[in-house]
Design a protein around this ligand. Structure first.
Ligand code: AVI
Length: 326
């Protein structure tokens, strides 16, 4: 199967939709049957969830996006200096193009390969970039970037630079983060570079504010997974019977997002019943925060050699350049 071919035709689209819906359904049934109940954060991101996340990135309390952008802007010269000319830039995940545009503006990439499970979004993003960078070859790959995938033949001979911004790695459990880094090394090949954004440990009050914003956008983002279960799986969650809560788990160095049942209740999804006690939680996301040392150890243990790292003055966020080992 050629994973680079866009899905054509109504039938193929319907098939893809069915497969994704049934995977979502079985994951939800399994997640809600566990004790404690735990859902994957990947289910936040339908069109509405991605839009809510975009709003989060602009909130006054949510420092990661603007801090990472400031680091990429301030360190553009240093980054340019270590990037080989004519390289292919492989971005893991496709979102807003603001960060990648900074790299494309400064550095002479021959190709850009955005990789994302959502083909529609990916192709819209690719079209936007082709219009603004007419000399750049854009080869979108529709794939789950947490599993092995093949790069397009056209970039095979080019040096590779991976890009994984936004501290998305922080949403992986530590063993998943290590597995991702190993898989990225396999995909990009020995000697490749990886530019990766990592959120740093900091005063818990700043973390608490960033994930419990005053305008309640993070709460709506969290709740979106229940909206999806109702709309796509025929669930009957009463949204007013759940509350958003984000807490910092100091021992595990992570912000945890939860949806807390306000009262005892039974919810039905796809013919299954799930009981909730008052105060019972669905753990919907972990966002790990690293110290520079802990991240460096994780990278080394996953086959990467740290080459450079940059932070903002307040040491809120970090951007790392890693080199893939043999
Ligand atoms: C995408 N990810 C890195 C965000 C984070 O900060 O963990 C998702 C998010 N969750 C709540 N606010 C933002």
């Amino acid at each position: 199967m050629n994973i680079h071919a866009p899905v054509h035709g109504a039938l193929a689209k319907a098939q893809q939709f069915d497969e994704q819906t049934s995977a979502f359904g079985s994951d939800v049934i399994e997640a809600l049957s566990q004790h404690p109940k735990k859902l994957s954060p990947k289910y936040f991101y339908d069109a509405a969830g991605s839009e809510l996340f975009e709003q989060i990135t602009k909130l006054p309390e949510y420092y990661p996006t603007r801090t990472e952008l400031a680091i990429l802007r301030a360190r553009g010269g240093d980054i340019h200096a270590i990037i080989p000319k004519g390289a292919a830039l492989v971005e893991f995940g496709a979102g807003a193009t603001t960060k990648v545009r900074l790299l494309l503006d400064r550095c002479e990439f021959a190709a850009y390969v955005p990789v994302d499970i959502s083909g529609d979004f990916l192709h819209a993003q690719a079209a936007e970039l082709r219009a603004d960078f007419p000399k750049l070859n854009v080869y979108p790959v529709t794939a789950d970037f947490t599993a092995p995938f093949a790069l397009p033949d056209a970039v095979e001979a080019m040096p590779k630079v991976g890009f994984f911004p936004g501290s998305t790695l922080g949403n992986f459990e530590p063993h998943e983060a290590s597995a991702f880094l190993r898989s990225a090394r396999e995909i990009l090949g020995p000697g490749s570079l990886l530019l990766i954004g990592i959120d740093l440990e900091k005063d818990e009050r700043l973390l608490h504010a960033a994930y419990n914003d005053a305008a309640g956008v993070t709460g709506r983002f969290n709740m979106n997974v229940l909206v999806r279960i109702n709309a796509e799986l025929g669930g009957n969650f009463d949204l007013s019977a759940f509350a958003h809560r984000a807490i910092y788990n100091r021992e595990r160095h992570r912000i945890e997002m939860h949806l807390i049942a306000k009262r005892p209740q039974t919810v039905r999804v796809l013919g299954h019943s799930f009981n909730f006690r008052a105060g019972e939680s669905i753990h919907t996301e972990s966002s790990y925060k690293y110290s520079l040392d802990r991240f460096t150890a994780l990278a080394r243990g996953s086959g990467w050699t740290p080459k450079a790292s940059w932070t903002d003055d307040a040491k809120m966020f970090s951007v790392h350049a890693l080199v893939a080992g043999e």
